[in-house]
Design a protein around this ligand. Structure first.
Ligand SMILES: [Zn+2]
Ligand SMILES: [Zn+2]
Length: 474
């Protein structure tokens, strides 16, 4: 009898136990391939045989137990399989639930999308309404038949008085020395960095000591603006503002560095603005806009232009590198790059938008010399021309030009804290013209800025005309 233990049935096992092991000498193979011998029935057993028999019996019993365990394990497995089988419907339910959840999520996402679409639609509608209102405003203005001449007439109400111009840093005729020009720079109590001026003797030679407007270190220049010594300037190009972290902490807008943190930008030279606190000058190289000399001058109305300059740093301070003039209908009148007199030490591209190529004669055939541009502007801008600009004193200073008929948008749209605080042209443009300017990282555009100034004054005049009309209705 050759049996495989693994295939013993319950019945077989019981029979086997009753009958006892049989067929001595015949190999029984268990799963582990162990062989043992059992005595034949009726066989006389010697002690050793008996011992072997008992030993075999116990082994057999152990093996039977192993089989029993195996069986019970397999039963357990079967049972667990049955459980799994019973669980199948539950799995189905879970699957259905998951499916429903997914459906619900999809539905929610769709609803959200729908809501967003609706919001976009409403936003666009509002935008259209604003545009329409602007259109209506423009049409209204056209209905009023506001010509350039009439606009100029309205603007004359906003021309800055000369003493006010002086207070705001505009170049004006010197009262002390006839034929010369002075610039008064008010005391800067905004905590902004400002330069000091000392005249010192070095080996018998006069030179200027300046304080860098970026890092506050002192540096030395000749009077013609040549650097006596150079030192790398490390600075923050951003502004210090109140940190959102609270506790009166201040952070730089450029890199979120603290007030005393090391600068995040470098330049090979220290820089200054070209202007000091107090009275600057007297200068003898400023040009004055001239009265019109053409025959029809008495019959031709005054012009209005908006002007803006982009500037770069040289040893002489800020110098003009591009000048743009736009006309009454935002048409471009003049736009040229200008070769500064001093050697450029920083193009200030982040703010000026000016690059080295712009001021390279080989790369830019439209580049003009400073004197050429000054001459052009004197042809264009006459003494009776109204010039609009934002903080125009800086533009006139770098153009080394004196002009009296000034409309300054930084003065006409004052900061709520009053002078010397100023609203940026960017914020005014956003607030009144609903227009974003100076966006992106290519710096300002003198064209964009000068158009914004012109439009702001149109807005101002429009409001005035409207209020007059309303008063008339009452
Ligand atoms: Zn920084
Ligand atoms: Zn510096």
């Amino acid at each position: 009898m050759h049996r495989q233990f693994g295939s013993y049935s319950h019945h077989t096992r019981r029979t086997h136990q009753q009958d006892g092991p049989v067929h001595r000498g015949r190999a029984l193979t268990n799963v582990n391939h162990h062989q043992y011998y059992a005595p034949n029935p009726g066989q006389k057993l010697h002690f050793q045989d008996l011992h072997m028999h008992l030993h075999n019996l116990s082994r057999h019993a152990l093996q039977n137990k192993w089989v029993a365990n195996k069986r019970s394990e397999s039963t357990k497995i079967n049972k667990s399989q049955n459980v799994k089988a019973k669980q199948l419907p539950e799995l189905k339910v879970t699957k259905i639930l998951l499916h429903l959840q997914r459906e619900q999520k999809l539905k929610l996402a769709e609803e959200r999308l729908e809501k967003e679409k609706e919001q976009t639609r409403l936003h666009e509608e509002r935008e259209r309404a604003v545009q329409h209102q602007n259109q209506v405003d423009v049409e209204q203005q056209n209905k009023l038949n506001l010509s350039e001449a009439e606009f100029v007439q309205h603007l004359s109400r906003y021309i800055m008085e000369v003493n006010l111009q002086r207070l705001h840093g505009y170049p004006t005729e010197s009262a002390r020395e006839e034929g010369t020009t002075e610039i008064y720079k008010h005391f800067d109590y905004l905590g902004a960095r400002s330069s000091k001026l000392y005249n010192k003797h070095l080996d018998g030679e006069q030179f200027m000591e300046k304080q860098c407007i970026r890092c506050e270190r002192t540096f030395h220049l000749t009077y013609s603006g040549e650097y006596i010594s150079t030192e790398t300037c490390t600075f923050h190009w951003g502004k210090l503002y109140d940190s959102k972290k609270g506790d009166n902490l201040k952070e730089y807008t450029c890199c979120a560095g603290g007030k005393d943190s090391a600068g995040c930008a470098h330049n090979a030279f220290h820089v200054w603005t070209g202007i000091e606190m107090g009275v600057n000058g007297p200068y003898d190289d400023f040009v004055y806009t001239q009265p019109r000399t053409d025959a029809q001058s008495t019959n031709v109305a005054s012009k209005v232009y908006s002007l803006d300059c982009e500037m770069v740093f040289t040893g002489r301070g800020l110098e003009v590198a591009r000048v743009t003039v736009v006309g009454w209908n935002d048409q471009l009148i003049y736009d040229h790059f200008v070769q500064p007199i001093g050697a450029v030490v920083d193009y200030n591209t982040r703010f000026s938008g000016i690059t080295a190529d712009d001021l390279n004669r080989k790369e830019n055939k439209y580049l003009k010399s400073f004197r050429e541009v000054q001459k052009d502007l004197l042809q264009l801008i006459k003494a009776d021309t109204i010039l609009i600009g934002h903080g125009l004193e800086n533009d006139l200073r770098v153009l080394r030009m004196v002009h009296k008929r000034i409309v300054d948008t930084s003065y006409e749209f004052p900061h709520h804290l009053g002078f010397p605080y100023r609203c940026s042209l960017k914020s005014l443009s956003k607030k009144y013209l609903k227009r974003d300017i100076q966006v992106g990282d290519v710096g300002h555009s003198s064209m964009e800025d000068s158009i914004a100034c012109m439009e702001l004054m149109k807005w101002k005049v429009r409001e005035f005309v409207k209020s007059q009309k309303n008063d008339g209705d009452v």
